[in-house]
Design a protein around this ligand. Structure first.
Ligand code: FE2
Length: 178
C-alpha cells in the first residue's frame, strides 16, 4: 500500500518552506486535478497526486531590487530539475518506496519543458497527468503562485484526498483480485 501520505508530506518543514514559496493553494489544487486525471488516464493516483502536489517544490526566488524579475527567472530557472531532486530526497526520507520516489521525481522533472532546449518531449501517462494538472490550475501572469489557503484548510483537503486515494487503491486491488 502507500508508504507516505499527502498529509505527511504537507507536515514536513521542507514542504512548508518550499511549496509555500510557490503557492500551497496551487499545489493542493493540482493534487486534486491529478487525482481526477489519474482515473481518466489509468495511472496510479498515489504517484500522480504526490507528483502534482510537489511539482513546484524547486522554485527559487528571482528578486531584483525587491521585485520579482520575470526575465531573470525565465533565463535562469531550473525549478523542475531542483524540484525533482528535492522531492526525491524528501520522499525517501519519509520512507517512500525507491521506485515510487523515482517515478515521482521524473514526473516533476518533466512537468514543464520551459527550461529545456527546443524539442519535443514524449511523456508517459503519469508524466502527462502531472503536466496537465499543473496546466489546469495555471492563471495568466503566474497568478496561481499567489493564491492563498490557510494551513488548516490545506491540511484538511489533503487528508480528504488521502482517503479518496486509499479507497481508490483498495477498489483497484479488489478488481484485480476478482
Ligand atoms: Fe505549477
Amino acid at each position: 500500500m502507500r508508504h507516505v501520505t499527502l498529509v505527511q508530506l504537507f507536515d514536513h518543514p521542507i514542504t512548508q518552506k518550499y511549496v509555500k514559496r510557490s503557492g500551497m493553494a496551487h499545489a493542493v489544487a493540482c493534487a486534486y486535478h491529478a487525482f481526477r486525471l489519474a482515473k481518466k488516464h489509468k495511472v496510479d493516483p498515489d504517484r500522480a497526486t504526490k507528483a502534482a502536489f510537489l511539482h513546484d517544490i524547486g522554485h527559487y526566488t528571482w528578486y531584483r531590487d525587491g521585485k520579482w524579475d520575470y526575465d531573470l527567472y525565465k533565463e535562469n530557472d531550473i525549478h523542475a530539475i531542483k524540484g525533482s531532486e528535492r522531492a526525491h530526497k524528501l520522499l525517501i526520507r519519509l520512507g517512500e518506496h525507491p521506485r515510487t520516489a523515482k517515478e515521482i521525481a521524473l514526473a516533476i522533472l518533466l512537468h514543464t519543458d520551459s527550461y529545456l532546449p527546443e524539442g519535443y518531449l514524449e511523456l508517459n501517462p503519469l508524466q502527462h497527468v502531472v503536466a496537465l494538472a499543473d496546466e489546469l490550475d495555471e492563471e495568466p501572469g503566474g497568478d496561481h503562485h499567489y493564491r492563498t489557503i490557510s494551513d488548516d484548510r490545506a491540511r484538511r483537503m489533503l487528508d480528504r484526498l488521502d482517503r479518496k486515494i486509499e479507497s481508490t487503491l483498495i477498489q483497484n486491488e479488489m478488481k484485480h483480485s476478482m
